[in-house]
Design a protein around this ligand. Structure first.
Ligand code: SF4
Length: 280
């Protein structure tokens, strides 16, 4: 019902099929299955963030191949910034700071690139926001609640089933916005949904590796994907050099100092750790 309404809005106001934003995670798997079963006209879009886990990248490629064989248009958008190709690794030195829970510049550049002047479907759920709050992860951009900016992919407790973004001329349909975790679990089991393989590797989320919103879970992510940790540290090294060149004050002497600050692991700048990782 919600999807059919969304599809009508899309056809009537935009003259185009609904655009389904697919991340490769559990919630987007559900909206995709619902869209397929509802028989609506839709196409599928994925924003490649450059920090997705390899398993997620393969899962999406395989999924898109199957959808295309059914005649469904699928598109993977590669990120661009100011007209040029970009990545997490080039954005970090450019922005002069790592992405943090309060400053998620990467989301608006790497993830929110599609869907301007379109009606889109997302898999955001309010329940995800409550979970983060209970884990102590603050999901606001400002201490003043009325000032806060919500990105299209945010699982915020204020999300509605249909929303409008005037800035980008988007209508956003969040059909499972009010679904609980149990609803999701039940649907996945009942409908035999094939999930991203990372869920069977004790990952409860399959977003960007090292996302600041993942808090302490990043330690497990970097233990599984040490190359990503090295890439972050290399980008942080560049960031320190850029800050120095631009005469900006910095407490950090190297990328590894930035990394410890970012991971909130209580290792001070220049301090040696037990495993000697500062010796790199
Ligand atoms: S999900 Fe996290 S790491 Fe990925 S783009 Fe958004 S804030 Fe950045």
């Amino acid at each position: 019902m919600r999807l059919r309404e969304g599809a009508e809005i899309s056809k009537y106001y935009y003259g185009k099929p609904l655009m389904l934003c697919y991340s490769g995670g559990k919630d987007s798997e559900i909206i995709l299955d619902l869209a397929l079963k509802s028989g609506i006209d839709f196409e599928v879009q994925h924003s490649h963030t450059t920090v997705d886990a390899p398993e997620t990248v393969y899962h999406i490629r395989n999924k898109f191949k199957k959808l295309e064989s059914k005649g469904i248009k699928c598109n993977i958008d590669m990120p661009r910034y100011k007209g040029k190709p970009t990545s997490m690794w080039s954005l970090i030195p450019l922005k002069g700071m790592p992405p943090t829970r309060l400053v998620r510049y990467c989301c608006s550049i790497l993830k929110e690139i599609a869907g301007a002047n379109r009606a889109i479907i997302t898999g955001v759920r309010r329940a995800e926001s409550f979970k983060r709050q209970s884990r102590g992860i603050l999901e606001t951009y400002s201490s003043n609640k009325s000032d806060r900016i919500i990105l299209n992919n945010d699982n915020d407790d204020k999300r509605r089933i249909i929303e409008h973004c005037q800035l980008q001329g988007k209508t956003i349909i969040n059909p499972i916005c009010d679904w609980t975790d149990d609803d999701v679990k039940e649907y996945v089991q009942q409908e035999h949904i094939t999930l991203n393989p990372l869920y069977s590797c004790e990952f409860s989320r399959v977003g960007c590796i090292g996302c600041p919103m993942a808090g302490k879970k990043r330690f497990a992510e970097f233990a599984r994907y040490p190359k990503y940790r090295d890439l972050y540290i290399r980008a942080f090294d560049e960031l320190v050099q850029v800050r120095k060149r631009n005469g900006k004050a910095t407490q950090w002497l190297s990328g590894i100092d930035v990394y410890h600050w970012w991971m909130e692991d209580n290792v001070l700048p220049g301090q040696l750790t037990i495993d000697g990782e500062n010796d790199w």
